[in-house]
Design a protein around this ligand. Structure first.
Ligand code: ATP
Length: 355
């Protein structure tokens, strides 16, 4: 069953068109990530779902009912903010059950729901603490607890982990995912971090300049990006792009490089200008089952300990190779790289759409 339907939604701020014809269908119980670079409109979209922003045109339905024009309190959604937005003078317990007290729910119900949420989040020993006496991760959990206590139809998360350090982010990422699996509530999660989106969500919506560039499962986006923007945005380190031109018989010739014609056997009109996309992790130092070999020169080596990033110069461009060992080559060496033709992406140079 669909829990949220966003239907031809547009949002204007004066003359600025912030959301352009947005269409998303969200299944009940699914975890959806809205991801994209700063200013792409993801927070505006989330705030529109919450009722904190008015829509300019189009419809938003929650559980089959249009919520356009309805104030936030009538939408049965709970939002978790990046800033946590906790009341500094209230202890954890009162922060968590504030909305229920406001609604004058029976005392027993309030204490039972608070107890369950605190237990779920491992906050039971901290109920009488003020926010200032909590760590960042604990504050974040209180903010989530406040949302859980309300038992909403939909959880909306606006970059909830941005203020945490790297290790805690990774930890909280899996906590939120586990919580989602337990509560099975529909969740919409805004992040600019594509790794966060890929690891947490069932459905990822990639946005740019107020437009949805592509949506689908994380692996769909990784395996079959529909354009160069999505291909470059999803995956870390980012996909390498090289300008090229289609030759005869499905061969692709990299610009400034006659030595490595790529025999991809794809049906592309000769003379068409292209971008060739290769993910760093798809380039190997040994052939394995790869059917394409590329000769290049090592321009630099960057080691992270577990991984080595070999920067090669190919067709007068730097190209990153992600190698999971410690290669013997060093700067200036000639090396041969291997890749499967099925892992080579092609995009039209003008439209940037996948070919
Ligand atoms: P970030 O990751 O930086 O938070 P975002 O993708 O969440 O970015 P939004 O905050 O949704 O981006 O903003 C989308 C665009 O709308 C931006 O260009 C922003 O400047 C503009 N915008 C947001 N709020 C307003 C407003 N109240 N008035 C005018 N323009 C606004």
């Amino acid at each position: 069953m669909l829990q949220i339907e966003i239907d031809h939604l547009n949002k204007h701020y004066g003359g600025f068109h912030a959301l352009k014809d947005i269409n998303i269908a969200i299944e009940q119980g699914s975890f959806v990530a809205l991801v994209g670079p700063s200013g792409c409109g993801k927070s505006t979209l989330l705030r529109t779902l919450a009722g904190l922003e008015k829509t300019s045109s189009g419809d938003v339905r929650i559980a089959g009912e249009s919520v356009v024009g309805k104030p936030p309190r009538e939408r049965d959604v709970a939002m978790v903010f990046q800033s946590y937005a906790l009341y500094p003078h209230m202890d954890v317990e009162h922060n968590m059950n504030y909305s229920m007290r406001l609604k004058r729910r029976p005392k027993d119900e309030i204490s039972e729901r608070t107890r369950v949420a605190a237990e779920t989040l491992g906050l039971d020993g901290l109920l009488d603490r003020l926010p200032k006496a909590l760590s960042g991760g604990q504050r974040q959990r209180v903010a989530m607890g406040r949302a859980i206590v309300r038992n909403p139809k939909v959880f909306l998360f606006d970059e909830p982990l941005s203020n945490l350090d790297a290790a805690l982010r990774v930890h909280m990422r899996s906590e939120i995912r586990k919580l989602h699996e337990r509560l099975k509530a529909t969740s919409v999660y805004v992040t600019h971090d594509q790794v966060e989106a890929m690891t947490m969500a069932d459905h990822v919506v990639v946005m740019r300049s107020g437009v949805i560039e592509q949506q689908g499962s994380p692996l769909d986006l990784y395996d079959r990006p529909t354009n160069k923007f999505v291909a470059g945005f999803i995956g870390s380190p980012a996909m390498n792009f090289l300008p090229a031109i289609a030759g005869n018989n499905g061969t692709i010739i990299l610009d400034n490089d006659g030595a490595n014609p790529l025999n991809l056997k794809r049906n592309v009109d000769a003379g068409r200008k292209l971008w060739v996309g290769m993910r760093p992790e798809h380039l190997f130092l040994s052939p394995g089952s790869s059917d394409i070999a590329i000769d290049a020169v090592v321009a630099g080596i960057e080691s992270t300990g577990s991984m080595t990033f070999i920067v090669i110069e190919l067709a007068a461009q730097p190209v990153i190779v992600a190698h999971s060992g410690r290669p013997e080559s060093s700067k200036g060496d000639k090396i041969r790289l291997h890749i499967s033709s099925s892992n080579i992406h092609l995009f039209d140079r003008e439209t940037e759409l996948s070919v």
